[in-house]
Design a binder for this molecule. Structure first.
Ligand code: GLC
Length: 548
């Protein structure tokens, strides 16, 4: 019997609630929509779901602007619905992670309203980061820090006579940063963790896990900050500071205590866009259980880059007793079926407005997406899938400007489209006004091509992306989760190949010629050919285990 903690090899399916399934017909996904699709998820073969923020929120940043951490957005349902979802997910054998946003609240949160009404220097203001401005009349922001979404990271309030303090927001101006030096803030989050644990959750995805601690000197930034904190800067005044680890340990103690009390193994996974050498520090045994592996996510379609990213993540995780995690897409990045169809020098991270459509090779993108997904599912450790990738959905990068909702669009002065193209509602059916998403027009329009990519259109179709995922997840459970070893095989410069402890060999062909299929029983291929592994293809072959 396996005794390793469930999360070490889990396949976690990310749900963006607004775009998953709309049960009440208002054009926006909801909790009951998720409940109605739990059977689909169990059948797909995932172990857990991660639900992006579902709390009351003005939805200025898709719910990452939380107004109340202990309730559900009325548009999504209520706490009873959430509890029913938790019970039903468990009955399907699915664990549930919720998304916690500790770096900032919404400006609609009761604490921020209180802070605005209170005096400079008051206890209410101390829960956030208020500072006097610079310059003779304080009209200059306290530092030159920039918001990840564009524009300055400080906004000024009116404390009377046209003068006032500035508050920090590393994201949108409606997402004020909390002050993690404040004991009340720390205690509040301990209590929020317990609130959701009491409702039955099995874990937490922690948003911007590298951002809570700021340099108390508030120095100016010497260099430009990149989007979404994808940064390799050292000694940064607000990303990845040493003080973060004390907070991590505090939360881990809360989770460990709850795990002992409930008998559940409650875990947390960090969203920390930090350099690879920093990442293991978050994974020490008394900190996070897991962290997202963004180095792998941003790896282009390139054999050497993929091998390096795999090596780094496996070694780093093993050194601290954790397992690596693997992700190709999430709600913040261009979907990988499109990314992999672009030339390597296109900077997809800048969220292009229409996308360099003339440079896109959509067929290559989908071929590579299929191969990359099989590679991902063959690796030791845990896998995070983003809703719709199992259908091969592309980025919808031609959304008309009037429907764009991501704050990046406005805050960048319309220079960057933002992340809506990966958040378009999921097609469940081949026909209908929203391809089965719900009864109303969806909050973001779906392209006509979504019908043929729907769950209905792909179910039972041999060779479809969906059936490939279903088979891969079943085979993974049978052959790939009982040990954590990976032995590289040398099959040539343009081939990535490794053998897992069960004897399964995974090969990916990055070259331009067909590759001979390794000897053994072909379990699954991304391209549907069993005689050879073609360009941009992946195959899993069960070979005899090497002696010894
Ligand atoms: C994280 C989320 C992203 C959000 C940001 C601010 O990066 O994944 O969607 O905009 O944090 O909360």
């Amino acid at each position: 019997m396996r005794t390793v903690p469930w999360w070490r090899h889990a396949v976690v399916y990310q749900i963006y609630p607004r775009s998953f399934a709309d049960a009440n017909g208002d054009g926006t996904g909801d909790v009951d929509g998720i409940r109605s699709r739990l059977g689909y998820l169990a059948e797909l073969g995932v172990d857990a779901i991660w639900i992006c923020p579902w709390y009351p929120s003005p939805l200025n940043d898709g719910g990452y602007d939380v107004a109340d951490y202990r309730d559900i957005h009325p548009r999504f349902g209520d706490l009873d619905d959430a509890e029913a979802l938790l019970a039903e997910a468990h009955a399907h054998g699915l664990r549930v992670l919720v998304d916690l946003v500790p770096n900032h609240t919404s400006s609609e949160h009761a604490w921020f309203r209180e802070a605005l009404a209170a005096e400079p220097g008051s206890a209410a203001r101390d829960r956030y980061i208020f500072r006097p401005g610079r310059g003779a009349d304080g009209s200059e922001p306290p530092t030159n820090w920039k918001s990840v979404f564009g524009g300055p990271a400080w906004s000024r309030v009116d404390d009377g006579d046209g003068a006032g303090e500035w508050f920090l927001h590393l994201f949108d101006s409606t997402q004020p940063d909390l002050n993690w030096e404040n004991d009340e803030v720390r205690a509040e989050f301990d209590s929020i963790f317990r609130f959701w644990i009491d409702r039955g959750v099995d874990g937490f995805r922690i948003d911007v896990a590298h951002g809570m601690v700021k340099d108390p000197e508030f120095p100016d930034l010497g260099q430009d900050q990149e989007l979404l904190g994808i940064t390799l800067l050292r000694d940064h005044p607000h990303w990845d500071r040493d003080g973060i680890h004390e907070i991590n340990r505090r939360w881990r103690a809360v989770l460990d205590e709850a795990s002992r009390a409930t008998g559940r193994e409650i875990m947390m996974v960090a969203e920390a866009w930090v350099p690879p050498e920093s990442a293991p520090l978050y994974l020490r045994p008394d900190e996070y259980h897991q962290a997202f592996n963004f180095e792998f996510l941003v790896t282009p379609w390139d054999r050497g880059a993929a091998a390096t990213a795999i090596d780094t993540a496996t070694t780093n995780a093993a050194n601290v007793g954790s397992t690596p995690t693997w992700t190709l897409s999430n709600h913040d990045v261009m979907r990988h079926a499109t990314r992999f169809g672009l030339p390597a020098d296109v900077n997809w991270r800048t969220w292009p407005i229409t996308g360099p459509a003339d440079l896109l090779d959509a067929d290559a993108g989908l071929r590579r997406a299929r191969a990359a997904a099989m590679l991902l599912m063959a690796l030791p450790g845990s896998v995070y899938l983003y809703q719709g990738e199992e259908l091969g959905l592309p980025e919808v990068w031609d959304l008309p400007p009037e429907v764009l909702d991501d704050p990046v669009w406005e805050n960048s002065g319309h220079a960057q489209k933002g992340r809506d193209g990966c958040r378009v509602p999921i097609p469940w059916a081949t026909d209908g006004p929203s391809f089965g998403f719900g009864d109303a027009a969806p909050w973001l329009p779906q392209p006509p091509s979504f019908g043929a990519m729907s769950v209905e259109a792909q179910s039972g179709v041999v060779g479809s992306v969906l059936e490939m995922y279903r088979t891969a997840l079943r085979l993974r459970r049978d052959h790939l989760v009982d040990d954590e070893t990976l032995d590289w095989l040398d099959l040539g410069d343009s081939v990535l190949a490794f053998r897992r402890g069960s004897g399964v060999v995974c090969v990916v062909n990055y070259g331009s010629d067909d590759l001979r299929m390794p000897a053994g029983e072909v379990l699954l291929t991304s391209a549907g050919r069993t005689d050879a592994v073609p360009t941009d293809g992946c195959a899993w072959v069960l070979t005899d285990r090497p002696a010894g």
